[in-house]
Every structure is written in structure tokens, then in C-alpha cells.
Design a protein around this ligand. Structure first.
Ligand code: FAD
Length: 551
């Protein structure tokens, strides 16, 4: 059965009728990873999210698979080694979503690093993280640095370090992990909210969930329940047990997107800010995005606001650091704000709190996993499923098998090795050209869908005689997203499945109504749902618009 929005009713019926080994609440990267790990170890898994998959923090990150360099500052050598190893694994199992990204770290007179400390730090980091030799850092002098990045200010520059981070697409990584889990027998549904829990002899054995699209309530029966709800973990743990202490401190991180021509950096940069923090500047798909802020946050969790202070801070950091000093308030084309679900530590500032994950278990047996990073999702999942394995053994004296996800290519990552991915790109570029598709767009598609791009091309062929004002590549992707990625709303498509709201806002503004009409024709929304989904997108667009006007 396809992971299609048209099959929602069938999957809902399954959630209601079957009895699961594991219910995972939260379809961000953490929940997705747990669902895949558990499914590959033979557990019958249900995964639900109250919004779209990856609507929470997992579509609002800096979109990097880190090598763990920042943990070196905290002297957490074990974590540096683990994260470095994880980065290699994710690159192998999803090469389309993990591209090496050269990153320039300018060294400035008043900065946190000088050439010697940076060199030693880099050397330790590369050894611990097992960085490939061809990606070892280079130290550049001032002249070479300015050739590499002419936009930098000359007056306080000493030189730079050129090293590698890996770029990803956070929400697509999440959806690919979920698709792989579904392909291996898990049932995953978005727009299903856990509202209360079910117990037998005081042990948790399921949850009541509410369908957010029609208000219907049903019950899921599961032997084990995991709370992987990111910034919402306290909220959910409090519903489960009134005695739960809050575990989280939430900090907010904002990114701004400007047209690349406004900040035409030649490659990504990681630079010191005037207040002793570090910010990324990353060119992508004709835009440059900049972030992130890190401030304590106590507001609404679903749609954290971007204040004019957030925007002004980022613009000031950029204008101070670069020679151009050209970014204005009206240059913000798009933006996003994400919430870090960090494990609370009294007396620490937002950027000092560890990004490590921790697991907690309630009296009734619900496991809560919080903290962590996108990069470490697979290891987090392994720890949770190992714990479930222990519980199964305690109760039934049965062992579950060990973790195998390091060897499981994700959906879209079905190549024998990253090397085969380069051959695939060449082949598919030829294939795309034979369909009359521009090479640049084909490349974007290959990095978005990986080995599944073949399905997009099949749709192009199928739809070529359809009369519709929408460009054929957009229609081909909409059909794919609704048929294979449980995409149900316009925002699902334009934000989480394609990232267009962030990196192609011109297209969003031009085609939003036609996309909505096309999706209605495919998914038979009633007018009420259509209005709701259109308003949701309009709200997101207005919030971005406000950032440009609000001084
Ligand atoms: P989420 O993605 O928030 O998922 C939780 C899900 O639970 C949500 O989708 C929500 O709808 C659902 N949910 C909540 N309550 C319920 C309920 N009652 N019923 C059903 N569903 C529910 N990490 C990196 O590795 N690299 C980076 O570059 C990076 N950059 C970052 C930048 C910023 C600004 C931030 C904030 C984080 C960054 N991170 C990065 C960290 C990373 O993004 C997060 O650790 C990760 O996305 C958290 O995922 P999650 O699944 O735990 O939470």
C-alpha cells in the first residue's frame, strides 16, 4: 500500500484495529529514527504527529550534518568522535541529502580563535571525528582568504581555516527516514495528536489520538510508548503523569534568507559575531541564509515568532562582519524560527547548555527522549530501541536483534556507495535532458529525491498531455508527494517536501493558488479544508512580509 494521502482512511483504520509493539509520538527526526530502528528489528510500529511530519524543529534547523566541531570547545571528546562517525554513516545511507560543504572560518583580531589554537583544535577534531583525508582543513593566510572570499573586511582579518561541514535538508531527511520505516512495515500518520494515555495495571499500553483534520478520536494499543515530541516533551509527559518534573529548557534559533545577490558569498562561512557567538552564512539555490540566534524562549511552541530584534541582530552581525554592509531590513525574503529542546541545566546561558540527548522513563513505563541533534538521530534511536529491547527481555525473556540502521540506505539513497551516486547524477542528467528538463533543475531534483527522482521523471511522462497552467515539474512533484510522501496540505508541499517557502518564495507567490487547486483536484478536499490550508500558507507568507516592513 503506497504511503499516499489518498490511503489515509486505510491507515487510520489500521491504527485503530491493530495492536502494536511500539507507539512513537512525534514525527520529527527523533521519532522518525526510532520508528525505522524499531521496524528493522522486527517490531510492529506506529508513528504519529499532530502536525505534518518535521513541522517542529526538524524543518527549522541550520540544515547541516555537523562533524561535531562545536563540542570540542566543550571538551566533549566522546561526542566529537560519535558525531563524526554518524556524519559518515548518514552520508553513506543518504548521499543525496548530505553534501560536503566547504566552510570558511575567518580568523579575526578580536575573535575566539587564533591560527595556532584553530590549527590544534582542527587537528584534534579531525582525528577524533575520523574526517576523510581529502576533507582535512587548510589554513589560509590573509591574501588567500580574501581571494577565497572577497566580501570579508580586510582591517581585522588574520587569515582563515577552510574545513568541511555537510549540508542537508532537515525535513526531507526526516521524511526519507519515515518512508524507509513505512517501507519496512511501520504505519506513520501526520495530523494525529496524542491527547491522553491508556493504562492496564498502571502500565501504559496505548494512547487516545485525535485526527486533526476531522476531530475524530481513536485509540492505539501498544505495548510500549515513546514520547519523541521535541519541544513538546514536557507537555506530553505532564499529560501522562502529573508528577513529572519539566526536563526542558527551550531556546529559539532564527534564520533569515536573502537573495544571493545581496550577500554573494562564494562559499559557506562560520564567523565570529560582535557578542562572541558564531553564525553561519550559507549560499543555497540562489539565496543566502544566515543564522542562528540562540535566546531563551517561553512562547507558543507550534509557530515561534520572529521578532524584529531577532532580525536586527542577524543583520547587524552580517553588516559588522562583511565589508559590504549592504543588508537592509527590506532584504529579508524568507525566514524560519526553530526551538531547541535542550535538557535543562540551571545557571547556564543558552549557548552553553549541552546539546546531548537524555532518556527518561515514567512510573508507568513511558520513555521520553529529549535533546540531541539532527546529526545524532540514528544513535539516539538505537539507544531508545535498545532500552525497549531490555524491557522486552525483562518481561518475556525474549531478545530483539541488534541495531542495523548503519547499513540501511534510506528511501532515496538506494545506491551501492556514494561513488555510485555520482554516476547516478550523470545518468539522470541525461535522462532529464531527454525529457526537455533544464540541467540545473534536474540537479536540484536529484539532490531532493535521490534515487526516487526516477518516479518524478515517470510522472513528467505521464502528465505531459495534461492541460494545466502549472509547470510540469511542479505537477510531477505534487503527484509524487501526495502519492508517496503522505503530503496533504499546500504548506506540507511548499515547506516540508520541497523547502520552496524558504528557497523559492517567488515561485510560491506566483503559483500558490494553482497549486492549491491542483492539490484539491488530487485529494478531493472540501471547501472548508481548502480555505483552511490556503489561510495557513497565507499566514506564513504574511509573517515573512511583516519582517520586511516592521522597523
Ligand atoms: P521535532 O522536530 O520538534 O519533532 C517533534 C514532533 O512532535 C513535532 O513534529 C510535533 O508536531 C510532534 N508532537 C508534539 N506533541 C505531539 C502530540 N501530542 N501528538 C503527536 N505529535 C506531537 N541539529 C543538527 O544536527 N544540525 C543543525 O544544523 C542544527 N541546527 C539547528 C538550528 C536550530 C535553530 C535549532 C532550533 C536546532 C538545530 N539542530 C541542528 C537541532 C535539531 O534540529 C533538533 O535536535 C531536532 O530537529 C529535534 O528533532 P525532534 O524530532 O526531537 O523534535
Amino acid at each position: 500500500m503506497n504511503f499516499s494521502s489518498k490511503n489515509r482512511d486505510y491507515f487510520i483504520q489500521q491504527l485503530n484495529d491493530l495492536s502494536f509493539d511500539l507507539l512513537v509520538i512525534g514525527g520529527g527526526i527523533t521519532g522518525a529514527g526510532i520508528a525505522l530502528d524499531a521496524a528493522t528489528r522486527g517490531l510492529k510500529v506506529a508513528l504519529i504527529d499532530m502536525q505534518d511530519f518535521a513541522s517542529g524543529t526538524s524543518s527549522r534547523s541550520t540544515k547541516l550534518i555537523h562533524g561535531g566541531l562545536r563540542y570540542l570547545k566543550q571538551l566533549d571528546f566522546k561526542l566529537v568522535a560519535e558525531v563524526g562517525k554518524e556524519r559518515k554513516i548518514i552520508h553513506r545511507i543518504a548521499p543525496h541529502l548530505t553534501r560536503p560543504e566547504p566552510m570558511l572560518l575567518p580568523l579575526v583580531k578580536s575573535g575566539s580563535l587564533n591560527k595556532t589554537s584553530a590549527r590544534i583544535g582542527m587537528w584534534i577534531y579531525e582525528c577524533l571525528a575520523g574526517v576523510n583525508k581529502k576533507e582535512w582543513h587548510k589554513v589560509l593566510n590573509k591574501e588567500k582568504t580574501l581571494c577565497t572570499e572577497p566580501l570579508l573586511r580586510k582591517d581585522n582579518l588574520i587569515g582563515s581555516i577552510l574545513f568541511y561541514e555537510y549540508r542537508t535538508d532537515d525535513s526531507r531527511l526526516t521524511i526519507e527516514v519515515i518512508k524507509e520505516a513505512v517501507g519496512r512495515g511501520a504505519i506513520a500518520l501526520n495530523y494525529m495528536k496524542a491527547i491522553s494515555f491508556v493504562y492496564q495495571n498502571n502500565i501504559i499500553c496505548g494512547a487516545k489520538i485525535e485526527n486533526q483534520l476531522n476531530g475524530e478520536v481513536l485509540e492505539i494499543k501498544a505495548k510500549y510508548v515513546v514520547n519523541a515530541s521535541g519541544p513538546w516533551v514536557d507537555e506530553l509527559a505532564n499529560i501522562e503523569s502529573k508528577k513529572t518534573e519539566n526536563k526542558l529548557l527551550i531556546t529559539k534559533g532564527v534564520h533569515l534568507v536573502v537573495d544571493w545577490k545581496k550577500l554573494p558569498v562564494k562559499q559557506s562561512l562560520y564567523f565570529d559575531t560582535y557578542d562572541k557567538r558564531m553564525l553561519f552564512v550559507i549560499p543555497r539555490e540562489g539565496k543566502t541564509y544566515i543564522g542562528t540566534t540562540d535566546t531563551f524562549y517561553k512562547g507558543e511552541l507550534t509557530n515561534p515568532d520572529i521578532t524584529k530584534e531577532d532580525r536586527n541582530y542577524i543583520l547587524k552581525c552580517v553588516n559588522d562582519f562583511f565589508a559590504t554592509n549592504t543588508l537592509n531590513i527590506s532584504d529579508t525574503q524568507s525566514a524560519w524560527a526553530g526551538l531547541r529542546p535542550l535538557i535543562s541545566k540551571l545557571g547556564k546561558g543558552p549557548s552553553e547548555i549541552s546539546r546531548k540527548d537524555e532518556m527518561f522513563e515514567s512510573e508507568s513505563g513511558m520513555l521520553t527522549i529529549a535533546g540531541g541533534k539532527l546529526t545524532g538521530y540514528r544513535k539516539m534511536a538505537q539507544r531508545v530501541v535498545d532500552r525497549i529491547g531490555e524491557k522486552i527481555y525483562q518481561q518475556n525473556k525474549k531478545h530483539i536483534s541488534g541495531c542495523v540502521t548503519q547499513n540501511i540506505s534510506l528511501s532515496g539513497g538506494k545506491f551501492n556507495s556514494p561513488l555510485n551516486f555520482s554516476d547516478f547524477i550523470k545518468d539522470q542528467t541525461i535522462q532529464g535532458a531527454s525529457l526537455g528538463l533544464p540541467a540545473e533543475e534536474v540537479e536540484t531534483l536529484i539532490y531532493r529525491y535521490g534515487s526516487n527522482v526516477i518516479e518524478i521523471f515517470k510522472n513528467v511522462t505521464l502528465l505531459k498531455n495534461e492541460k494545466n497552467e502549472l509547470p510540469i515539474l511542479l505537477r510531477a512533484q505534487i503527484v509524487y508527494a501526495t502519492q508517496h510522501e503522505m503530503c496533504f496540505t499546500v504548506s506540507d508541499f511548499l515547506i516540508r517536501r520541497t523547502g520552496s517557502l524558504y528557497f523559492n518564495i517567488e515561485m510560491v507567490k506566483q503559483y500558490k493558488s494553482s497549486i492549491s487547486l491542483y492539490m484539491q483536484s488530487l485529494l478531493s478536499w472540501n471547501n472548508e479544508l481548502m480555505n483552511k490550508f490556503e489561510l495557513e500558507l497565507e499566514k506564513a507568507l504574511n509573517e515573512i512580509e511583516m519582517l520586511n516592513t516592521n522597523v
